[in-house]
Write a new protein. Sequence first.
Length: 325
Amino acid sequence: MQHNHRMELFACDASKDFACRVVEELNKIERLDNDERPYHIGDMTVTRFSDGEFQPQYNESVRGASVYIIQSTIPPTDNLMELLLAIDAAKRASADTVVAVIPYFGWARQDRKDRPRVAIGAKLVANLLTAAGADRVMTCDLHADQIQGFFDIPVDHVSGSWVFLPMLRKMKIKDLAIAAPDMGGAKKANLYSKALGTPMIICHKVRVRANVVGSITAIGEVEGKNIVIIDDMIDTAGTLCKAADVLMDMGALSVRACATHGMLSGDAVQRIHDSSLKEVFITDTIPHPELEGDPKIRILSMAAVFASIIDKVYNYEAISPEFDK
């Protein structure tokens, strides 16, 4: 089915490199008509004022176009605000549809009231995106799957397993076991365990306060196994490193980790380097150019996955086969 509206892609400041990789992958897909130019990152500037305000502006027409705006809403909050303003600007410039492509969805850990008198930040961000004028959201490995239900617009939820599973199969690790870092990660770890035909281990943690773990115990057969811990993000790496140490003390041969979003705040990188972890794999949903060539932390790209989903959505094709990977 031929699309009635041209596709225009734009990148906000936090995800410009990722957006360029997505465009490169899009142009590898043999679908473009002979008279259609290759995809490119559109011309958008952000004017910044001395008081800290800023204003995105499209320097080319988006009238009647399907506009895809790529931006991870990583801290600081300016990145979220820039995305919201870019969506609003596209709508006011008469774009036909606006799709927010958010490789890392910030505030996703605030998905419920787990204590009295706290905000549900994920729901607030969903409301803000919709109010700004987004018609669709594409994102990756939400901290809680139910966040998709916070939106009244379509959400395409991409999985990091689409790059991690092929890599793990290619590595052909002997005596492999998959581990969940906590009870909340059991569902995701079970997906990997079934796909790879390996046993599963669950780590149970007791958290003293936010970002501080008191103790960890492991449930399952650990001794003699090469273990891969599966998680959606690494923040301070405290839980991950402590879990790796516990598993090694219980007789594991080695411990690796796969986590989609590498926030790596504070001393996380040094903590990983000093830990018993053999390797840590993250993706490029959050930029870390300083880690290129790092001896322990490897970065896999999600650009081809997002390019495939963007292409299928734009061309009215089913993406359900992608979810079966």
